[in-house]
Design a protein around this ligand. Sequence first.
Ligand code: PAF
Length: 278
Amino acid sequence: VRVTRTIPDLRAALAPLRSGSLGLVPTMGAFHDGHLSLLAAARTRCDAVAVSIFVNPLQFEAADDLATYPRDLTRDLGLAEDAGADVAFAPSVEEMYPQGHATRVVPGRVARVFEGAARPGHFEGVCTVVAKLFNLVAPTVAFFGQKDAQQVTVIRSMVADLSFDVAVEVCPTVRERDGLARSSRNVLLDAAERARAPALYRALRAGRSVLDAGGSPEAAARAMSDVVEDEAGIQPDYAAAVSPEDFGAPRPGAPVLLIVAARIGRVRLIDNILWDRA
Ligand code: PAF
């Protein structure tokens, strides 16, 4: 993998790769199996693969969350090499946001509910960095994980609204054996917190059972909330059944996205599953 740290270096590294399709896997590093599945999908689908590794300060609202976000660039670059990535872009904050950088990409309503309500400014930061990465890399396809379902919806909407010429491909959530969705933040859980964390996935499965049995989205949401309270001993930040299109009320007869978020110790975890009647 050719490692680039600056925008001119990135452009030079990508220039010879532009004759075929180019996949971009945008990441904040601290790779786990979820990231590796995105890299594998990009390697299968595209002629060339670029991966960005950048802990984006614009999408963190709390300074301690940014400071404690796991980082291991040396390990990530080894894994990117093993996964067959052609180019890795690991810029400094100054390279991405030099003095005077002021423009922001402000997403619409879908970015203000659920994760957006809990983390004001988060999706503005995500859209700003992803738009910048799309402009720098000009990928044919960009790969994102289903675990961050609301991020996917926000980015799809940005791509449509700003006419980015990029296909957004979404890869399934990768889980631990006990169902916990892989996340870079999982390493921040202590042993007792880690034991409570699978309650989120069990809550989603309880919600799915309610929908399978013909229950309403509201009943599914209540069942999910009960499981988080009973099994993790906390109130979830939210547990809801929404439309995957816009995170509003589910449409009759259409797929339903079950979403849950909870803070376990210092770590805020999110998860979701898509329910389809079929
Ligand atoms: O999903 C992430 O890791 C980040 O939000 C992303 C898309 C790399 C933007 O910083």
